[in-house]
Design a protein around this ligand. Structure first.
Ligand SMILES: CC(C)(COP(=O)(O)OP(=O)(O)OC[C@H]1O[C@@H](n2cnc3c(N)ncnc32)[C@H](O)[C@@H]1OP(=O)(O)O)[C@@H](O)C(=O)NCCC(=O)NCCS
Length: 125
């Protein structure tokens, strides 16, 4: 059963202008490491997509991200290139056993992410 959907759009330049200190607050070390391995011109869109994913998750949960550190939510790339949301701490507890689906797209000047939350059985046969 679909329990929630969230979408977010992030301006890529806005992420590019963030200081390193702010980036370290907003992103998991793994995301920053993955970004730093990319060509400079795509680093900001890569991080913008990840920031959009976190905000979209907040919308899908219906509670926003209050009380959750953004470092407790991060995106990993799977072997086929598709993105997967990962969780730690309070974020992991909030998401629980639900399946989380994520899609990211970039088209200057914005990155967009959609998150779908799927719960367990909906009772239908
Ligand atoms: C994957 C694909 C849909 C991306 O579309 P695009 O218009 O080039 O780029 P977009 O900005 O819309 O999307 C990029 C995002 O798609 C996501 N993505 C990449 N591969 C994906 C896949 N197999 N499934 C789902 N999402 C994928 C990633 O999140 C990526 O952003 P990120 O690198 O910052 O995480 C497109 O390249 C495609 O159709 N590829 C077909 C498969 C293929 O040929 N792969 C290349 C292997 S070399």
């Amino acid at each position: 059963m679909i329990e929630g959907i969230g979408i977010d759009v992030v301006n890529i330049d806005r992420i590019g202008r963030l200081s390193e200190a702010v980036k370290q607050r907003l992103f998991h070390p793994r995301e920053l490491e993955d970004a730093s391995a990319l060509a400079l011109e795509v680093q900001s869109e890569f991080l913008a997509g990840r920031f959009a994913a976190k905000e979209a998750l907040g919308k899908a949960l219906g509670t926003g991200l209050k009380g959750i550190s953004l470092q407790e939510i991060w995106v990993e790339k799977q072997s086929d290139g598709s993105p997967k949301l990962c969780f730690a701490g309070r974020a992991r507890i909030l998401v629980g056993s639900r399946t989380v689906m994520l899609s990211i797209s970039h088209d200057q000047p914005v990155s967009v992410a959609v998150v779908l939350l799927q719960g367990g059985c909906d009772g239908s046969l």
